[in-house]
Write a protein that binds this ligand. Structure first.
Ligand code: SF4
Length: 230
């Protein structure tokens, strides 16, 4: 069991982050679970903004797993081209949509155990889909989340699954999805990997890593990104 002081501190930080980022949500646009699954896979090694730009054309051409599984490879490559790694990404989408058609009747399954069996879908992607398209609480351990929770002193773990369990134990399950958004938004806007804007940070007083970036208010203010970069 985690100690009470840590739980209290972690929940306070989450509350303040929630007040700081009242609009925090998944920054990828989607209309249904299939779209969210696909755009999450596509978001690897690129920004959510770029993926959001490609989305209308992609799903205009291939609105369902069945349509995408039958896609002409060259045409699909052209659509996902702006995202980089277009060959690998096209291959992932073809395999993923084929698996959905063959094994799940063209529907995205709503269980972690099923989602992670799909080609190219790891725990991180599965938790994004569960949390945001199915309302099943999930913790998304991406690079921002891992870095921040270690800075907050919530865990020392580096393995994403261990991080997920350690942080999950500090919060009620119903808070997991929003917690993920709050922490990731903070990582994208203020608590950067290099040079976190400590002097402009709303949770500085509860953060053992305060001072890892500039503490001077004016210097820190310059580092804050109004809009997150994925
Ligand atoms: S005080 Fe600095 S290291 Fe801690 S959360 Fe804020 S920006 Fe990140």
């Amino acid at each position: 069991m985690p100690d009470t002081a840590l739980v209290r501190r972690a929940r306070k930080v989450d509350r303040v982050l929630g007040e700081t980022y009242p609009d925090a949500k998944c920054e990828l646009d989607f209309d249904d679970p299939f779209q969210l699954l696909v755009v999450t896979v596509l978001s690897a090694q690129t920004t959510d903004k770029r993926v959001n730009k490609v989305r209308p054309v992609l799903f205009g051409a291939y609105p369902t797993p069945a349509a995408m599984a039958e896609a002409d490879r060259a045409k699909l490559e052209e659509i996902v081209g702006p995202l980089g790694f277009f060959r690998a990404k096209t291959e992932s989408l073809l395999k993923l949509s084929a698996a959905l058609v063959e094994r799940y009747d063209g529907e995205v399954p709503g269980r972690l155990d099923d989602l992670v069996t799909l080609p190219g879908v790891g725990r991180k992607t599965a938790n994004v889909v569960l949390g945001n398209a199915f309302d099943v609480p999930g913790i998304t351990v991406d690079t921002h989340f891992g870095r921040l929770v270690r800075r907050f002193g919530w865990t020392d773990e580096t393995d994403p699954v261990k991080v997920e369990h350690a942080v999950g134990a500090l919060f009620p399950k119903r808070d997991w999805t929003m917690l993920s958004h709050h922490v990731i938004w903070h990582g994208r806007r203020i608590c950067h990997a290099r040079k976190p804007a400590c002097g402009a940070c709303p949770v500085a007083r509860w953060c053992p890593a305060y001072g890892e970036g500039p503490t001077d208010a004016a210097e820190a203010a310059k580092l804050v990104r109004a809009e997150g970069r994925a």
